[in-house]
Structures are given as C-alpha cells and as structure tokens.
Ligand binder design. Structure first.
Ligand code: G6P
Length: 613
C-alpha cells in the first residue's frame, strides 16, 4: 500500500522516479508526488490528486531537474485523497521533505506536542507529523539530519517505510523501514530506492532488502546502513531473479489479461524442480527442515486475506482429503484479534502473494510467540513474510501487477496441492498409484488451462450478454465452493457488480430469494461426487427463471439441456479441478469489467499490497 521510489546519482532523477511510480502504481493510486533536489539547497515538491499520469502531465510544466529525488503513489489512510494530503510532505520550516508508507499510530499525541511548540500543520496526514518531528529535533538539538531522523523514529509508534530529504544536506537520501518494505538498488555511483524491486530491475539487479528498524543513509557513492539505535550493519547485496519483461504488458491490453494467460507457465514454474521429471515424485526443498514437524502436526492453521484466503480454503480441502490432517482456515485479521488457541504442535501456514500484508504478518508473529511452527507460501521473494517464517515455499508465479490476483492464486493452489500430496504420501494416506496419479494429473494442468484459454472469445461473448447485470450469484460445492467465492470476488473487485459466492446447498437458506429472470447464476457443476445434487440446484434456479451459466465437464450433455450457457472444462481429478474452473471466472470478470469501461488493473479504492491493518 503506497509506493515509494527514490534516486541518488548523476542522472536526471525525474524520469527514473516517474517510471518507478508507474511500476508501483498497483500499490495505490489516490495521489502521486515527487520531490527533487538540485544540489542547491532547494527541494521542489510537485504533487497531484489522481494517478501517476496526471502528476507527470503537471510536473512537466515545472522545473524537474535534479539528480536526487523521491516519489510516492498514495493509497489514502489519514486524510482524504487531495493535492494537499498527497506526499511528499515538507516540515514547517522547509528543512525536511518526506514520503511515507504505513501508519504512525501515535501521530495524534505527537501532533499535539508539536502544536504546543508552535508547529502549524497544513495537512491531515500522519506523515506531516513525522516531518515536523524530525525538524523539531534537528533544530532544537542542532544535530545532523540522520540523527534527527533516528531520534524521531524512536518516538514513532506504528509502521513506516520512509524516504527523506533534508535541504541542508543536499547530497543525501535517507531511508528507514519498520513494517513497510523497502529495497535499495545498488548501481555504479548511484542508488535506487523502492517499495519493491519492480522499479529497480531495469537499472540494476543488485539489491539490498532493508529489515525492520534499519536506517540507510545513501550518498552517490556511499551507503551507510545502521539500526535506529545507531548500530552499524553490513549491507547484504543480493541478486534479483526478475526480468524486465516480467513487469511489462507485452502486448496485452491489461496486466490482468497477461497474467491470466501466463498461468500455464506460472504453474509450470511453480512445480519446476519440485515435481520430478519422471512425474513420480515431489520434493519441496523449502520445507525440508520442518517436514518432520509438519507431518506430525496436531493441526494446521492456514491464514491469509482476500484471494490468498480463498486459496487457503482449497488448501484445507486438499490437506484434509489427501493427508487426513485437521486444518482450519482463518482470515489473518480475525485470527489475530480473537484470542485464538495456538499450541506448539500446531503448524501455521500463511499464504500471501505480496508477503507484506499487514494482518498476515502480524498474525504469524503472534503464532510464533505462542510457539507454533510458522510457514509461508509467498510470491514476492525477499518480502517480509518469508523472512519472518521458519520455512516456506515460494510460488514462482513471477511479478503480479494487476490488482485482482489471478496467477498468484493458481500458483498458491499448486503449492498447496504439492504439499497435500507430499504429506499424504509421507503419512501413509496415499497408495503409490494414487500418489503418482495425482502428480501426473497436476503436471497436466497447464496444458488443460491452455485449452480453456483458447475459448477466450466465448467468455467475451458471455460478458456482452451480462455486462449490465446488477448482481451475480456464484455457486459451487466441495472444492468448487472456494472457487465460487473467488469468482464473485473477481467480479466485484474489477467491475463493481455486486456478486456473492455461496456453497450451492446453502442457496436454499437465503440466496434463492434473490433469484429471478434478472439474476445470472454461475454454477460450477463438474461430474464429481456432488454432480446429482448440483444438477438439482440448477433445476431449482431455472424453476425461478434465473439465468444459469454452468461450468461443466467436457462432454456433459445433461446440463447443456438445462443451463442457458455452458462452458466446458477438461476432465481432471476432483481435488485439482479448482485450478481449471477458476480460469473462466477470471476471464468472465475481466471482459465484463473491460466492457463496463472499468479500470481493470487499478480498480477504485483497492491496492495490491495491503500494508495497513
Ligand atoms: C489485496 C489484493 C488481493 C489480495 C489480498 C491479499 O486485497 O488486492 O488481490 O488477495 O490483498 O494479499 P496478499 O499479498 O497477502 O496475498
């Protein structure tokens, strides 16, 4: 949530900052701003409500020279999204200009104290409080900018990723992190700063991930890393495993569409090196050290938010079904605030695309303190959750830029399937032939997705028919129920049509009252053990004149006669079908959103990485 970029070097900073902000726009797009230092003790601030493009238009009418600069794209927390509340924020006497991702929880108290000392505030933001606090300490204590920053951060409670300029020290850029991610790119006589590596990869692959309580003081050719307590640290430079093509649209109209079409590859990348080439075995290196604990766990608790929570539900069905272990799935935000019972023989698995979701991160910290073994299934390498967990598995889906998650979801389910199959085997729950068949079927999933993607035009036609709907219902049973939830979420997120996902059997306990000729109902009706029941549900909908869009197993003729539309899914095992059934639902919501003229990759009010609680 909120994107930060920074540059210090010998090049013009503005183009680097503005391109970086475009890459980070998925993190928030309420407003954007940049500050540039031209080496003459002068910091310019250019900021605008709206998207980065609007800032760019505005900024180009002003002086945008300077070799040092910081930039921000905002997802509003404190203060409405307008020009004034946009970052950067400058302290009252103009010494400090800062940008911030996170929330300063005690900003009210700090603000009051500063007001008592004659500070006047222009904005409603917590960030301006930090800028003024730094300045107050700087002027009062006659200390360097770095010391003022560190002392101010001692007084701040909450989360921050910060980029700071001080006009009196025009050859420095200061960065600090607690809770909100920051990465430094190391170039030749230049450094880059960003909330994640996507703005950096086109400049350098050498990066340093900041840890909580780190402060970095960047000069053109010098980096000093320390803790806020002033302990010196040795920077650990790592190499990015990302290509520039991974973060570009490559001819697609939207990142979401590109990411939907990438799924055959992203799933293959997720099981590459984990499923043996003879398709007879699975090994998950990231779990190696904890496998004995995991196998014997009394209970597995899966945590996540949004789409990752939906993947967690499928994980529950998979692990209970194939490994016969008890699993609970919780929203991370509920888990952490409801005094949960956590035992030291529990294993907690946190699923997160970004690896930065604040509630998921806080929940695992709580689980760790209670003595549980904590694992992560994350997509962003080097993000916070993988660094806070005992072990884990990366999804290797590649950067996901569209705010609505697609390929990360199928990669998460792929990892959960591999875990469940592996645990089932280790715990003696799966016979060898069943074990091998599961692996083979999982290996065939990418080709089957490819087949579904070939019908993209059909999903578009369907979208034309239903683009004006005000409501949608999604129904499924068993493994298809979480897919129904995910299908409904995708539609709400990007097309703003109200949609609900329901277990099909629950329809009679409420949603059936909503059904009339205006209600499209998407029913996942595969030929599995719920088939007869779901066929009855379809009849119940038709009896009330609802419009049925059914996802059926290839060759199904029974449902074809009842439903208004059928979309065929290649046959696979019931436990793996969610990897296929979700694809038409992603495409349907994509096309509906495009036809309604919605901002597909950047839906209103949402952000990709939710780093506030
Ligand atoms: C936001 C995103 C969703 C995502 C959720 C959890 O709401 O828009 O796409 O599923 O956060 O994010 P995570 O990074 O933890 O998977």
């Amino acid at each position: 949530m909120c994107g930060i970029v920074g540059y210090i070097g010998n090049k013009e900073a503005y183009p680097i900052l503005i391109n970086g902000l475009k890459r980070l726009e998925y993190r928030g797009y309420d407003s954007a701003g940049v500050s540039l230092l031209d080496g003459k003790n002068d910091i310019s601030v250019l900021k605008k409500k709206g998207k980065v493009g609007e800032l760019d238009e505005y900024a180009r009418q002003h002086d945008i020279s300077g070799n040092i600069g910081i930039g921000h794209t905002r997802w509003a927390t404190h203060g409405e999204p307008n020009d004034i509340n946009a970052h950067p924020h400058t302290s009252m006497n103009g010494h400090f200009t800062i940008i911030h991702n996170g929330i300063i929880e005690n900003y009210g108290r700090l603000k009051k104290r500063l007001e008592d000392r004659s500070y006047v505030f222009e904005t409603e933001t917590d960030t301006e409080v930090l800028a003024n606090l730094m300045e107050y300490i700087y002027l009062k204590g006659q200390v360097s900018a770095e010391i003022a920053v560190r002392l101010a951060l001692h007084k701040a409670i909450g989360a921050y990723g910060l980029a700071i300029l001080c006009k009196d020290e025009p050859d420095k850029l200061i960065a600090a992190r607690r809770g909100s991610p920051l990465v430094i790119g190391v170039g030749e006589d230049e450094y880059f700063l960003a909330s994640d590596a996507t703005p950096i990869v086109e400049h350098t692959k050498s990066v340093i991930y900041l840890n909580d309580n780190d402060v970095a003081i960047l000069g053109r050719d010098e980096l000093v890393l320390k803790t806020i307590k002033n302990d010196k640290l040795t920077p650990k430079v790592q190499q990015l495993d990302m290509e520039i093509g991974d973060i570009e649209k490559n001819g697609y109209d939207h990142f979401m569409l590109k990411e939907i079409f990438e799924q055959p590859r992203s799933i293959k990348d997720t099981f590459r090196g984990r499923i043996s080439t003879d398709r007879e075995n699975i090994s998950l290196g990231g779990l190696y050290s904890v496998l004995p604990v995991l196998e014997k766990a009394k209970r597995i608790i899966i945590l996540g938010c949004g789409t990752s929570w939906h993947a967690g539900l499928i994980g529950e069905y998979l692990i209970e079904d194939l490994a016969r272990m008890p699993v609970e799935v919780e929203y991370a935000s509920e888990f952490r605030y409801r005094n949960p019972i956590i035992n030291n023989d529990d294993v907690v698995i946190t699923i997160s695309q970004s690896g930065e979701t604040a509630d998921s991160l806080a929940a695992i910290q709580q689980a760790r303190q209670a003595g549980a073994t904590v694992l992560g299934i994350c997509n962003v390498v080097g993000s916070s959750i993988p660094r806070e967990t005992d072990a884990g598995v990366y999804t290797h889906a590649g950067p996901e830029i569209g705010v609505a998650s697609t390929k990360a979801f199928t990669a998460q389910v792929t990892v959960l399937a591999m875990m469940a199959i592996l645990l089932g085997k280790k715990r003696g729950q799966l016979e060898d032939t069943v074990f091998k068949n599961l692996i083979q079927e999982l290996s065939d999933i990418p080709d089957k997705i490819e087949k579904i993607l070939q019908f993209n035009h059909e999903f578009k036609k369907l979208a034309e028919l239903y683009k004006e709907a005000n409501n949608f219902l999604y129904l499924g049973r068993g493994y298809s129920f979480p897919v129904a939830l995910e299908g409904a979420l995708k539609l709400k997120e990007i097309s703003y049509i109200h949609a609900e996902g329901y277990p099909a059997a629950e329809m009679k306990h409420g949603p059936i009252a909503l059904i009339d000729e205006n209600m499209p109902v998407v029913v996942i009706a595969l030929q599995d053990k719920s088939y007869d029941k779901i066929v009855s549900n379809i009849q119940e909908i038709k009896a009330r004149k609802g419009k049925v869009i059914a996802l059926v197993t290839e060759g199904d003729t029974t449902i074809k006669e009842m439903a208004d539309h059928v979309l065929e899914i290649p046959p696979t095992l019931e436990s793996l079908a969610s990897l296929l059934t979700v694809i038409p639902l992603q495409l349907l919501s994509y096309h509906i959103a495009v036809l309604r003229g919605c901002s597909v990759d950047q839906p209103r009010n949402l952000a990709k990485s939710v780093t506030v609680e």
